[in-house]
Design a protein around this ligand. Structure first.
Ligand code: 3PY
Ligand code: MG
Length: 264
């Protein structure tokens, strides 16, 4: 089976730059896949993408050096299995708030006896190779999103779930759930503290800490803080910021505000 180089890098203690695509286009997925990211996540939660559009996007990503990942809309076993069959090499699952939810998510990503994934890896065979079935349980990356107070309350139990490779912070939802306005770069003290706490506990459990960020500079700062998997916003944010900057340059306006990105 084709090696999941992102999982190998993370397990060896390395860092990963993860692109994020929400525009339902195989061409833009291909562009982002060629931009130098280690992995690219097709976002079926907040991106405007359904399964029928995710499939050609995963095919386009397969022609690039980036490892294709998906963020699923929710913790739904059949949907997770379908996207793995479509060739996703890892799954980011939103709103994991209890160890039971984490265990059910991991189970959907693992063939028996480790889980309850059903067999039929249509594109898994094509992208992964003929021996996909033998190695899929080791190669598929499982990342649960921590973005609620309940997840904070259950953090150690979630991190102790066998087969969960890491956690990914959704700073917008985490802010909202802690009583603050959504933000990709939270500054409210309780949210800042919660993010530092999640990072420390994840590292203590020997798991991968990841976080969604608003741009490349912010993502770099998160790596320096100790996060190992970072996303510099989605391609829609990057595109609109670059477009606004070009317009501002034409009009000789300050580009300071127009180059700010945020995202979800
Ligand atoms: C969040 O910030 O809540 C996210 O889910 C980022 O994608
Ligand atoms: Mg979220």
């Amino acid at each position: 089976m084709r090696k999941n180089t992102v999982k190998a890098t993370l397990q060896a203690g390395g860092t990963v730059a993860n692109g994020w695509v929400g525009i339902p286009s195989s061409y833009s997925a291909e562009l982002i896949g060629h931009a130098g990211f280690d992995s690219v996540t097709v976002d079926l939660q907040h991106g405007l993408i359904g399964f029928d559009q995710a499939l050609p996007m995963l095919q386009a990503l397969s022609s690039t050096p980036a490892i294709p990942l998906v963020r699923v809309p929710g913790n739904d076993g059949p949907e997770i299995m379908h996207l793995l069959d479509a060739g996703a090499y890892g799954v980011i699952c939103p709103m994991i708030s209890t160890p039971e939810q984490a265990a059910s998510f991991v189970s959907a990503c693992r063939y028996p006896p480790e889980g309850d994934r059903s067999f039929g890896p249509a594109r898994g065979f094509l992208y992964g190779g003929k021996d996909y079935y033998t190695h899929a349980n080791e190669e598929i990356l499982t990342i649960g999103m921590i973005e609620t107070q309940e997840a904070l309350d259950n953090l150690d139990a979630i991190l102790a779930v066998d087969g969960l490779d890491g956690v990914y912070i959704g700073p917008n939802d985490l802010s909202l759930n802690l009583g603050h306005a959504p933000s990709s770069e939270p500054t409210a003290e309780p949210v800042v503290k919660a993010i530092a706490h999640i990072l420390a506990r994840t590292l203590a459990h020997g798991k991968i800490p990841g976080i969604f960020c608003s741009n490349g500079v912010a993502a770099r700062a998160r790596l320096e803080q100790g996060f190992r998997m970072v996303t510099p916003g989605n391609e829609a944010g990057i595109l609109s910021a670059a477009a606004a900057q070009a317009v501002a340059q034409i009009r000789s306006e300050s580009t300071e505000s127009s180059t700010q990105t945020s995202g979800y």
